[in-house]
Design a protein around this ligand. Sequence first.
Ligand SMILES: C[S@@+](CC[C@H](N)C(=O)[O-])C[C@H]1O[C@@H](n2cnc3c(N)ncnc32)[C@H](O)[C@@H]1O
Length: 211
Amino acid sequence: MQNQNQLWNKHHSEGNVRKYSLESTEFVKTVLNVVDRNSKILELGCGAGNDSFAFAKAGHNVTATDFSDVAIQQNSEIYKDTKNLFFEVLDLSSDFDLPDNSFDVVYARLSLHYFIDSVTRNIFDEIHRVLKPNGKVCFMCKSVDDSIYGVGDEIEKDMFDRDGHVRHFFSEVYVEDLLKDKFKIETMKSDTDLLYNRESSFIQVIAESIK
Ligand SMILES: C[S@@+](CC[C@H](N)C(=O)[O-])C[C@H]1O[C@@H](n2cnc3c(N)ncnc32)[C@H](O)[C@@H]1O
């Protein structure tokens, strides 16, 4: 399998994420409607930082993370004057170097669908650990209805390597199983829209941590 960190650093160096991330997304607008004022928000896989900037502009205190040091460096420079927005390198495939019960919201748009099942389950354990009681996880992942589902070499159930780019496609049944006992699902929506200029199918979830 191709080294995913190198692959994403290359995408970020070439501006392949930022060119589709010039504005805040529909998902961040939805989430902004359901979070309390002055929340402490952690973004995972922030890419160009546009959604984190939207949270910061709305007055929240935001830690925006990505495993690409290229993306984090670019964002730190671009958003250096935004006082309540902090960028940090964080690799989702390892435990998070963050304290327990420290965030009101964990937000992840199109960044949790790159991992085998055991790593995905650890990510949700870590999200649960860093969320305060009744904190919210808000995430969006490619779904099994996506047109590129099944294209490439199968790595695991619902996970494929397509020309070096790996994706784990989520189903609603899989989400329910991932979240059971730790989170209460508030909303779960399967939909199709233009993402990165390509018609894509995805699942969008907002859930509350149970502690
Ligand atoms: C499709 S982009 C989404 C970026 C942004 N959240 C958005 O919605 O536009 C996926 C992001 O996940 C990051 N990513 C991929 N694997 C990761 C990992 N293991 N740990 C942290 N971030 C990762 C990539 O660097 C990239 O910025």
